[in-house]
Design a protein around this ligand. Structure first.
Ligand code: HEC
Ligand code: HEC
Length: 307
C-alpha cells in the first residue's frame, strides 16, 4: 500500500468516528424556537400521536459512546488504520507481519503438534493394513477427512467421480490399483495424453468409434466395426491402448472393452475423444500435503474399492 492510500484510509476512518461523535452531540443541543424540554413539539401523526421534546435515553447514549470507545481501542490494537499494524502485532495470515502474532501460523503449529505424532505412527503401517484392518478405523476416518478437504472438488464426496474425473471406488484403474501406484498417483500427479486424431477424417473416426463400441458388447453395424478395427490397428491406437484395446496403465490409457468410461460411452462422446483428444490432469499433492498424509489418503482410497 502506498503512503498516500494509507494516510487516506486513516483520515477517512478517524474522520468518520469523529463525525459520529459530533452528530450525537449536535442532536442533543437545544435550539432556539424549540419547545421546552418535556413539552409537545406540535407535530401530530395519525390523529393523536404527538411528538415530545425529550432527551435521548441515557442507556442509548451510553451504548453509543461505548461503541465509539470500542472502535478506538480496536483500531489501536489491531490492523485497520492504513499501514499501521496495531500494537498487538496480530495478523490473520503469515503474509503480512510474519513471525509475530500471526494467527494462521500459530494455528498450523498447534495442529502440527497435535497431529504429527499420529501421522507418524500411521506412516509406519502398510497401506493395505490401514485400508482393511478393524483397528485402523480411525486412520481411515482421518484419510476420509483429508479426502473431503483436498480431493472432493474433483472426485466427488463419495469418490464416485464424474465425467473426466475417475471413479475411485470401482476397482477399475487408469494408472494401477496397487497401493504404491495409488500413492504415486496422489503424490506425483498424473497426466493422461490422448492425442487428437482429427487427421483421420470423419469417416474413419466414425468407423473406429463403432469398433470401440462393439468391444464393450454393444449392437453395432458389423461391417462398419470391422472397418473400424482396421483403423484401430493401423492408426497408432494400439501403441497406447494395446492390440486388444485393454489399455496400458504405464500411460494411463484406459481399457476400452470394459464398459467403464471416463469421458462417456455414447457415440458422440467417443467421437469427440478421438477427434479432439483428451488431457486429464491429476495434480501432484506431495508438496502440498507431505508423504504422511499421502500415505493416509492412499489407504482411504484403497479401502473404497475393497467392498
Ligand atoms: C483438480 C482436480 C483433481 C483433484 C483436486 C484431485 N484429483 Fe485425483 N485425478 C484427477 C483427474 C482428472 C484424474 C485422472 C487423470 C487422467 O485422466 O489420467 C485423477 C486421477 C486420480 C487417481 C488415479 C485413478 C486411476 O484410475 O488410476 C487417484 C488415485 C486420484 N486421482 C486420487 C486423488 C486424491 C486422493 C486426491 C486428493 C489428494 C485427488 N485425486 C485430487 C483430478 C483431481
Ligand atoms: C499416445 C497414446 C494414445 C494414443 C495413440 C491413443 N490414445 Fe486413446 N487415450 C489415451 C489416454 C492416455 C487416454 C485417457 C485420457 C485422459 O486420461 O484424459 C485415452 C482415452 C481414450 C478414449 C476415452 C476412454 C474413456 O474411458 O472415456 C477413447 C475412446 C480412446 N482413447 C480411443 C482411442 C483411439 C480410437 C485411438 C486411435 C485412433 C487412440 N485412442 C489413440 C492414449 C492414447
Amino acid at each position: 500500500m502506498s503512503e498516500f492510500w494509507s494516510v487516506w484510509i486513516i483520515v477517512l476512518t478517524v474522520g468518520n468516528i469523529l463525525a459520529c461523535l459530533w452528530l450525537v452531540r449536535w442532536t442533543m443541543r437545544s435550539r432556539a424556537g424549540e419547545a421546552a424540554q418535556g413539552d409537545v413539539t406540535g407535530h401530530t401523526w395519525d390523529g393523536t400521536l404527538q411528538e415530545y421534546n425529550n432527551p435521548l435515553p441515557r442507556w442509548w447514549l451510553w451504548l453509543f459512546y461505548i461503541t465509539l470507545v470500542f472502535a478506538g481501542v480496536y483500531l489501536a490494537l489491531y490492523p485497520g488504520l492504513g499501514k499501521f499494524q496495531g500494537f498487538l502485532g496480530w495478523s490473520s495470515g503469515n503474509t503480512l507481519a510474519a513471525g509475530d502474532g500471526s494467527q494462521y501460523k500459530g494455528e498450523m503449529q498447534k495442529a502440527a503438534e497435535k497431529y504429527d505424532p499420529i501421522y507418524k505412527q500411521y506412516a509406519a503401517v502398510a497401506v493395505t493394513d490401514l485400508a482393511a484392518k478393524p483397528e485402523y478405523q480411525e486412520a481411515r476416518a482421518m484419510g476420509k477427512r483429508l479426502f473431503l478437504t483436498y480431493c472432493m472438488q474433483c472426485h466427488g464426496s463419495d469418490a464416485g467421480g464424474s465425467r473426466g474425473f475417475p471413479n475411485l471406488t470401482d476397482g477399475d484403474w487408469l494408472w494401477g490399483g496397487a497401493p504404491e501406484q495409488i500413492a504415486a498417483s496422489i503424490a506425483n500427479g498424473r497426466t493422461g495424453v490422448m492425442p487428437t486424431h482429427a487427421h483421420l477424417g470423419d469417416a474413419k473416426i466414425d468407423e473406429v468409434s463403432t469398433y470401440i463400441m462393439s468391444l464393450s458388447g454393444r449392437n453395432v453395424d458389423a461391417a462398419k466395426a470391422e472397418a473400424g478395427k482396421q483403423v484401430f490397428l493401423s492408426a497408432g491406437c494400439i501403441g497406447c491402448h494395446g492390440m486388444d484395446a485393454t489399455g496400458n496403465q504405464m500411460l494411463g490409457a484406459p481399457n476400452l472393452t470394459d464398459g467403464t468410461w471416463l469421458y462417456g460411452g455414447s457415440a458422440g462422446a467417443i467421437k469427440q475423444t478421438i477427434t479432439k483428444g483428451r488431457n486429464g490432469v491429476m495434480p501432484a499433492h506431495k508438496d502440498l500435503l507431505g508423504d504422511e498424509k499421502v500415505h493416509l489418503l492412499a489407504a482411504y482410497v484403497v479401502s473404497l474399492s475393497q467392498k
